[in-house]
Write a protein that binds this ligand. Structure first.
Ligand code: GTP
Length: 156
């Protein structure tokens, strides 16, 4: 377990165990790889981030992850693996989010990308995402750092 404070001063607990906080989390976040690049979305308010969002009523979290990738980037998920889960304790609200690692095999142009401006491909993430105003707050805490390290070790 890793505990830290996020960009908004909320406490975050991150774990790479099997669903430690909830078997049915309401949020998902998907670290996507397309060819030899990272696939992100450009959120119209928050900026660049890996795709994700809320699990719909009656939907499985993994299906929500696949749906969000398609809606926000046009990415077709070839394979997807659960890697961890985190809990953010905000003012009055606590959210639990599953983290997935997905391999994308096709980018299909969408009519619209909901609240995002669609796909953004990056060969590398900048060393200092935290101080880079192009990036969303959800990319600005240790969830990203630890998850990338976990992926590097597990999928090398
Ligand atoms: P609505 O319920 O649709 O109004 O959504 P919301 O804007 O309240 O956001 P949501 O329920 O998705 O998340 C609630 C709060 O949790 C946000 O305002 C953030 O502070 C925090 N949060 C959500 N996702 C993340 C995340 O990936 N990382 C971090 N650090 N905080 C998050």
């Amino acid at each position: 377990m890793h505990t830290f404070i996020d960009h908004y001063n909320n406490e975050v607990i991150l774990s790479f165990q099997d669903h430690p906080f909830s078997k049915n989390p309401k949020h998902v976040w998907v670290i996507c790889r397309y060819e030899d690049k990272w696939l992100l979305t450009s959120h119209s308010r928050r900026g660049l981030e890996f795709p994700g969002g809320k699990v719909e009523h009656g939907e499985e979290a993994k299906d929500a992850a696949i749906r969000e990738v398609k809606e926000e980037t046009g990415g077709n998920v070839h394979s997807i693996t659960y890697i961890g889960q985190y809990k953010v304790s905000g003012k009055g609200k606590t959210i639990i989010k599953n983290i997935y690692y997905a391999i994308i095999d096709q980018l299909v142009k969408q009519e619209d990308y909901l609240e995002t401006n669609g796909p953004v491909l990056l060969s590398a993430l900048p060393a200092n995402v935290t101080n880079d105003p192009r990036f969303s707050f959800i990319m600005k805490d240790e969830v990203l750092t630890y998850s990338l390290e976990y992926i590097r070790k597990s999928f090398a």
